[in-house]
Write a protein that binds this ligand. Sequence first.
Ligand SMILES: *Cc1c(COP(=O)(O)O)cnc(C)c1O
Length: 366
Amino acid sequence: MSCDSLVLNHIQKLSPYQTGKPIDELQREFGLTHISKLASNENPLGCSQAVIEAFHDHPVELARYPDGAGFSLKAAISSHFALDAAGLVLGNGSNDVLELIGRTFAGVGDEVIFAQYGFAVYPITVQAIGATAVQVPAKDYGHDLMAMAAAVTPKTKLIYIANPNNPTGTCFGQAEWDAFMSAVPSSVIVVLDEAYTEYVTRADYADGLRELAKYPNLIVTRTFSKAYGLAGLRLGFAAATPEVAGYINRVRQPFNVNSMAMVAGVAALADQDFVKEAVAVNQKEMRLWQQALTMLGLHWIPSQGNFLCVDMKQEAMPIFNALLREGVIVRPVVGYGLPNHLRISIGNDAENMHGIEALTRVMQSV
Ligand SMILES: *Cc1c(COP(=O)(O)O)cnc(C)c1O
């Protein structure tokens, strides 16, 4: 018997999130030993040494359940970002909170707005909760915020926005944000996903945490997966009003964040020098990639993140596959409707040299 008929209609239509190819999978497939993964926007420096020391200094009792209220980590986040701890929701990665927000505010018959080329987790979440996805066409690969505000109807419950956006790296500024928020009714929840906020260099960036005080309908999400280098532990959070956070916390599994992640989060926040170093390396290494791409005659979407979305000027899958044979994993974005682009995460010096050499060889042979 097939279980198809038992599965909810909107779940049957769900297509899975495509993750970056794991290093050991490529090792098994091609028997390669030297592999550079530039596919998941991870931190090429690893994580702060302070995190490793914290595991040593504060050994976690693995037999005990974690603190379901996340008291210590919330206190650390609250003091570091000057936020009310009652307005925080901790998540098993910010992916977890993005999904919890969807489940808290939208269901069958409700509309949820996001942008073309917006982060894939938004359409997946919307589909999983049975709500109606409203995808607004992008402008120059980025969010067309005024068009998104114009797409609001009486059925709209949520708007998901990533600033900077993944996979394009685009980023809007304060003026655009202000105009957008003035145009959106306060009855619509706006989710501002700031996974790459630490990497932003534009001076007029609209820092979501600073905006929270102005808008009770705003939820900002942050992650420890990128600049903090803790993607493997899964840790992120949302900041909102205590009322909004209170509802999202009701939907949350009581122990969604594990003990190790909470210890790591406190230590990682305290080591801002590590974050600064990661950001500096990203800037320097991104310039290296940009020079190499220019030499290859390739263009990229201007990026405020730790990755570049590059126009290969031809179908990108053959180039992706040729790079795999060279031991370099990048990310196809055909699933985003960008069949000619590849997203390349900025690695460390050795990884980028490997990536640039491999891409140069591959482009000579295609
Ligand atoms: C990487 C990323 C996240 C963070 O995911 P985690 O679940 O925190 O690892 C969230 N939003 C965007 C746009 C991302 O690229």
